[in-house]
Design a protein around this ligand. Sequence first.
Ligand code: NDP
Ligand code: HSE
Length: 439
Amino acid sequence: MNPVKVGLLGLGTVGGGTVNVLKRNAAEIARRAGRGIEIIHAAARDLDKPRICDTTGIKLTTDPNEVVNNPDVEIIIELIGGDGLARTMVTQAIEQGKHVVTANKALIAKHGNEIFALAQQKGVMVAFEAAVAGGIPIIKAIREGLAGNDIQWLAGIINGTGNFILTEMRDKGRDFDDVLKEAQALGYAEADPTFDVEGIDAAHKLTILASIAFGIPLQFEKTFTEGITTISREDVAYAEELGYRIKHLGVARHTEKGIELRVHPTLIPERRLIANVDGVKNAVLVMGDAVGPTLYYGAGAGAEPTASAVVADLVDVVRALTSDPENRVPHLAFQADALANDPILPMEEVETAYYLRMAAQDKPGVMARVTSILGDHEISIEAIIQKEPVAEGEFANVIMLTHKVQEKQMNQAIAKIEALDSINGPVKRIRMEVLDSNK
Ligand code: NDP
Ligand code: HSE
């Protein structure tokens, strides 16, 4: 049988990695797919730029339209990024009855609902394994491997750049900006790296994971997002003293009131495996009612780990080319007409435990006032440590861990504590998750 002809949009980190993996493993891939897979046409902005891959035998252009409109191309791989040109090209490809493979989480999280509806109408597949957690086959695991479960919650380190920065800062005391530059040089970071450090990229990915876990439409705009730029070395050290690690987590939880969808720095007990996931590695912990907790771990970014997921999607698409569209795995795991409309909870209604750090005057009665405010808001304290002030008359750092409470209560309590004369500056708050087997 003739090889399947593929068009590639983007020859950067992931595009280059994809060309390399497809070439190197061509024989194994053909044995799995049942046919060879050949990239015949590719687009990039600058054709003179040095590439990480050998493009011999591939027709090159600066115009992605030429690739999409090439009548010989059956599958389009979109690896340009963003939701402008990429969205136009993906839509155009689907309109022409071409299947699409993409690593673009921004595109899927923001426009996936309409893209999948169009794809279903046209009977084509849109595969996006590489969009979440790089090389970890997490979409397939949740969508297919856990299809028998009622998924209760999931929590993941789903941004490689952010985890790389936090790890290097903690282990080697390196500066934030310096590590970010290295992540960019290694091809981990997004075109706009604020997406990585402010949690937007993780929110894109969490949106996708929540949809396939709970069978809800993609709702990126309702995801709560807090980045890692405010995490200080002293918080990392205090957390460790208390037996915790700070990780940038995406958490999605199905509660009776609705669905929590949130990305924020989080204290996790250091004995949890996920607390020990370092560098560019990602990990996603998924709790199913039947299977219990399962953990998926691997490289979250980079050329070949991401290409591994892109090529797996290509193989899936090639295997399904002749199957009836009705019998394919649904894009969002649940049948399109069976998606639920559970509400996404506003952050004020979410319940978590908290780490609090405040600078307090070292004199009698101060702690009594703080604990009385917490008590008034039904916040109970699990642990408290007070550090010696650096010099006499200076403020002392007080660190508290609380039991679970609604975010609204905590917001009100923090506002009152910050208004006390005996408290200096803002109260630092980091949410905590125990990530045990409970709902
Ligand atoms: P790069 O910036 O490395 O590559 C983007 C490619 O698109 C480049 O080859 C660029 O051309 C090409 N391109 C951009 N604009 C145009 C245009 N107008 N016309 C033609 N070509 C264009 O990005 P990545 O490979 O890192 O990321 C690609 C996608 O994969 C993104 O959606 C990203 O979020 C996602 N992703 C990235 C991961 C990673 O580790 N990097 C991991 C998982 C997903 P040129 O090279 O000439 O500039
Ligand atoms: N910028 C992303 C990250 C790429 O660092 O995780 C992988 O999606």
